[in-house]
Write a protein that binds this ligand. Structure first.
Ligand code: FAD
Length: 475
């Protein structure tokens, strides 16, 4: 049994259906005394793996994330877990000593939440087994998009995942998981069948639709506030060869293309995916469209969009590739170098001419200032909408698109952040909120989770009564 510090919180949680958590807990909470002195030797003895402290030679590389802007952060320690027991030992030590915890998988947190100063980092990269059984794949929580896609491709299977090869499946799933299969198969979290979790309040749990459904609800889009994942099981789908089409449109057509794209895509077959990028380029604005379709269908899709946008593209390229090669092509390679990105997001319910015009104006203003930046407009229709907004923590099931504002390698990170904050302000009521996987400073939990935030907060307080987990989003 796990105990809980807050009686009323526990009662509310029970009412909301998470009480079964207690019944399935397999570890015993080991006490919460703060009196014990901090003795890393205690943790070292419990681990089958390395514990790295700031004085250790490997510490600097162990705490490194994808983005070099976080290289100056200094966690208290990094536990390089290789088993679920290592994770449990690290969590128990943190709980006994009231130390903040940061879970780290692929290391792509936009706010560096997975190796923040002052935390004990539980690095799960060593848990990277991938086992395909029938249509189900079970992956260790350290597996990345590319490693899973490559392993599945050997059996002709795939998963709906994001585009960046080194993003961790754990972090991706916990925030939702948007990618080129979303219209056909939904988000990464929609393909999750079950997961194993070490609970910060004590114990481990196996969560699925039938077992601990409250915890399972939170793991699909609710971020890392529901415990530390050690393994995840997903439903796979058949891999397929694809056409990749890239269209570049004249600057002055950007708003028209965006509006035409938003009208056309929901009419296209769900096997067709597409997004729009509008960005600054040498003092002007560029608009390009990426399309991913089943092999042989790219030309028809491009014609459909071109007609809807009533604009002839300045250039079109089309390639037919095998499933994994297509994933690499979309990502820009099977690996990508570390880089600094200042990013943020908005979710728009509608993408009509007024909203499209506002988006283009925001990028145009950035281009006039001589600085760089772009917005990626990704669809939220198709299978993403087959699920109710309250069926899991990811709430964006009736909206047109996510807008991801990005500045790569900014000369001034402050100026880049100000541009993105200004974009949120300019969009005003057209923006319904933000995507939790594009976490940004200063954005509150209710913007990421809207109608689901109260349930998620209650669950997080029940599961993590001492509020040890740091995720970049304060619930
Ligand atoms: C270059 C780049 C490309 C991206 N592309 C996409 C995309 O195509 N689609 C998309 O949807 N998103 C995309 N993202 C966003 C990405 O999904 C999130 O940043 C995600 O959180 C990264 O997961 P991670 O495991 O790599 O990161 P980490 O930094 O390791 O983890 C991020 C957070 O996830 C939680 N977490 C990680 N591991 C665990 C665990 N084992 N248990 C519990 N909590 C855990 C923690 O709260 C942690 O702070 C991209 C990000 C970048 C930087």
């Amino acid at each position: 049994m796990i105990s809980n510090d807050g009686g009323p919180v526990r009662r509310r949680a029970l009412l909301r259906g998470v009480g079964a958590l207690t019944a399935a807990t397999t570890l015993t909470r080991s006490g919460t005394s703060t009196a014990a002195p901090l003795d890393w030797g205690v943790l070292r003895k419990r681990l089958q793996t390395k514990l790295l402290l700031p004085a250790d030679g490997e510490y600097a590389s162990a705490k490194q994330l994808f983005d070099p802007q976080f290289d100056t952060d200094s966690p208290l320690a990094v536990v390089r877990a290789t088993t679920a027991n290592d994770v449990a030992a690290a969590v128990a030590f943190a709980r006994d000593n009231r130390l903040p915890l940061a879970a780290r998988a692929g290391g792509h947190s936009y706010v560096g939440a997975s190796a923040t100063t002052g935390t004990v980092v539980v690095d799960v990269r060593g848990l990277d087994d991938i086992t395909l059984t029938g249509d189900l794949v079970t992956v260790g929580a350290g597996a990345t998009i590319r490693t899973v896609l490559a392993e599945l491709a050997e059996s002709g299977r795939s998963l709906p995942v994001g585009s960046c090869p080194s993003v961790g499946l754990a972090g991706l799933t916990l925030g939702g998981g948007l990618g080129v299969d979303s219209r056909r198969y939904g988000l990464t979290c929609d393909a999750l069948e079950s997961a194993d979790v070490v609970l910060p309040g004590g114990g481990t749990a196996h969560a699925s639709a039938d077992q601990l459904p409250g915890l399972f609800w939170a793991l699909r889009g609710g971020g890392g506030s529901a415990g530390i994942l050690t393994s995840l099981t997903f439903r796979t789908h058949a891999a397929q060869d694809r056409d990749i089409v890239r269209l570049r449109f004249p600057t002055e057509a950007a708003a028209r293309v965006l509006t035409g794209w938003a009208r056309w895509l929901p009419t296209a077959d769900r096997s067709v995916w597409s997004n729009v990028e509008i960005g600054t380029a040498a003092g002007t604005v560029e608009c390009s469209v990426l399309m991913v379709t089943p092999a042989g269908q790219g030309a028809a899709a491009a014609a459909g969009l071109t007609a809807a946008a009533a604009t002839t593209p300045a250039s079109v390229t089309r390639r037919t590739l095998g499933h994994l090669a297509a994933a690499d092509d979309i990502a820009g390679g099977s690996t990508i170098p570390r880089s600094t990105k200042i990013a943020g997001s908005d979710i728009v319910r509608e993408l009509d001419a007024a909203v499209a015009g506002t988006i283009v104006d925001i990028v145009t203003a950035r281009s006039r200032s001589g600085a760089t930046g772009y917005v990626l407009v990704d669809p939220l229709d198709g299978a993403v909408r087959d699920i109710r907004a309250d069926a899991c923590a990811f709430p964006w099931r009736a909206h047109a698109a996510t807008l991801q504002w990005i500045v790569d390698e900014p000369d001034s990170p402050e100026d880049a952040r100000a541009w993105i904050t200004g974009a949120h302000r300019t969009l005003g009521a057209a923006s319904a909120g933000a995507y939790a996987n594009y976490t940004e400073p200063g954005v509150t939990a209710d913007r990421y989770y809207v109608g689901n935030v109260a349930r998620l907060r209650t669950l997080a307080r029940f599961i993590d009564p001492n509020r040890l987990l740091r995720t970049g989003i304060t619930l």
